[in-house]
Design a protein around this ligand. Structure first.
Ligand code: SF4
Length: 486
């Protein structure tokens, strides 16, 4: 695949100005590369960058595109703890504490940038909010370039502008553009890859900032997704995770029904890919044909992330989730009827405005009934510009914290019980590499998404290994020495 080519998704119709501008990205990359070649010849040094990524898999994937562009432009990546010429932040605004961390990390670089003449580039969801961009502009003089989620492909032009003028460049599009294909990518792992299938979200849950900062749903063409996965397989990738805020509505913007299920059948035919995962599934859109595809496609892993957010119908309605607890429970039954060993994970919000003790008990009840393998649990955090931001919090903070603690206890107990069923069993593990906490152990994931650490000679990164589990906790499994499969 030609790394430098930038192409807009032609199936959506085209705004000529947008197309013209996006086609220029490759040229801007070349111009920056030329500047860096001159710099290297003059100084004997190569310019460097480092990445600081916050938030979800979408941001991880965006960071791979930014890294791809920087590599293409002649920059070398350095580890997070080393100084660099360009410090890129990919930011998240889904919760307040993530935002505060970003401000903290950017502020901490002020002295280093002044001393070294290096710069900060701020991008991602936070930058789509005008008050954030304004604060960055006024508070952090060492932030020289800002762009948002809709104009990542414009980064080379903005960088060129800064390098040649020395000026600060802030450019944020307030509206999403077309899907841009074939941007350069520097993947963080070879054996596993994130693959975007749909961008944006049309759902407008009342607590969520995503539709405002990532725009409306735009699907990639199926041929483009499949071409990317075939290229990944040819390059040694074994597992793909298909990404979208709501993968179940993939293709709806083309007027296509059940395109996501059909995509899974097509990926099943790609040699070299052993595992397929996807995230995130909205419960209101998970169809029977998708359940059938998950059952019939052997490569689709037995793991489903299905956020339920709240167990009370009253709160679900206030959240604009467009399903009831009865629908959710029925859906779980249908999924388990089709795929009995499936592991389920979920997202749960505690303390949504108006949540009473009774509503919270409904949430706990749903957790006990479904018995999730894992759950991402959050205390509600108001986001500026969302409907729920204006709704009064009726419960004191201590009450909400207590509810949160109870929820975590119940969920941890369930996850521990479910983990015990792995003890004494042999599971297939795709190895990610040495464990972060104990480099003598190798670490990887089961098809059900469980983390496994086990002893092994040498680095088995990217290998498929059979591991007998000897101990199990809520968040990890420990295995005996693994037996290679391939
Ligand atoms: S489905 Fe709801 S929670 Fe998920 S991204 Fe869209 S608006 Fe946010």
């Amino acid at each position: 695949m030609d790394n430098n080519r930038v192409r807009a998704n032609e199936s959506c119709g085209q705004d000529e100005d947008f197309l013209a501008r996006s086609m220029e990205s490759a040229d801007w990359m070349e111009q920056v590369r030329n500047l860096n070649t001159e710099y290297a010849l003059r100084t004997g040094k190569v310019r460097t960058y480092r990445l600081d990524v916050f938030g979800c898999q979408m941001n991880e994937r965006d960071a791979e595109t930014i890294a791809g562009m920087l590599t293409n432009m002649g920059y070398e990546q350095v580890p997070e703890d080393q100084p660099a010429d360009i410090n890129v932040f990919v930011t998240c605004c889904v919760r307040e504490n993530a935002e505060e961390k970003v401000y903290g990390h950017i502020g901490a670089l002020s002295r280093e940038c002044e001393k070294r003449g290096s710069i900060v580039v701020a991008s991602g969801c936070m930058m789509q909010q005008p008050h954030v961009a304004e604060r960055i502009k006024n508070t952090f003089r060492h932030v020289k370039i800002v762009f948002g989620t809709h104009n990542i492909h414009e980064f080379p032009r903005l960088l060129h502008q800064h390098l040649t003028s020395g000026k600060r460049v802030f450019e944020i599009w307030d509206k999403e553009g077309r899907v841009i294909e074939d941007m350069p990518i520097k993947r963080s792992q070879r054996h596993k890859a994130w693959v975007n299938i749909v961008f944006g979200c049309n759902n407008f849950c009342t607590y969520c900032i995503v539709p405002y900062v990532r725009g409306r749903e735009r699907s990639r063409r199926k041929e483009d997704v499949l071409a990317e996965i075939r290229a990944l397989a040819a390059d040694g990738c074994r597992e793909v995770t298909l990404l979208g805020q709501n993968v179940n509505s993939y293709g709806n913007d083309f007027g296509e029904k059940d395109l996501f299920a059909r995509l899974l059948y097509d990926i099943e035919e790609i040699d070299g890919i052993d595992r397929v995962r996807f995230t995130t599934s909205h419960p209101k859109d998970l169809s029977d044909s998708l359940i059938r595809a998950m059952k019939e496609c052997g490569k689709v892993c037995e793991h489903l992330h299905l956020p339920f957010q709240a167990g009370s119908n009253r709160i679900l309605e206030r959240m604009n989730r467009k399903y009831t607890r009865e629908h959710y429970l029925d859906l779980v039954d249908r999924i388990r009827d089709a795929i009995p060993d499936i592991a389920l994970s979920t997202d749960i919000i505690v303390g949504f405005p108006g949540e009473t003790g009774e509503d919270f008990e409904d949430t706990l009840d749903l957790v006990r009934r479904v018995r999730f393998d894992s759950a991402y649990t959050f205390i509600y955090s108001p986001r500026r510009g969302t409907p729920a931001e204006k709704w009064e919090q009726t419960e004191p903070h201590e009450v909400i914290s207590e509810r949160f603690k109870r929820l975590v206890e119940v969920q941890t107990e369930i996850a521990t019980q479910l983990a015990k069923k792995y003890e004494g069993k042999t599971v297939e593990v795709l190895v990610d590499g040495p464990s972060k906490t104990n480099p003598e152990m190798q670490s990887g994931r089961t098809r059900t998404g469980r983390l496994v650490n086990f002893r092994a000679e040498g680095d088995l990164t990217g290998r498929m290994v059979d591991v007998e589990i000897i101990r199990a906790g809520a968040f990890w499994l420990e295995g005996k020495e693994g037996v290679h499969r391939g």
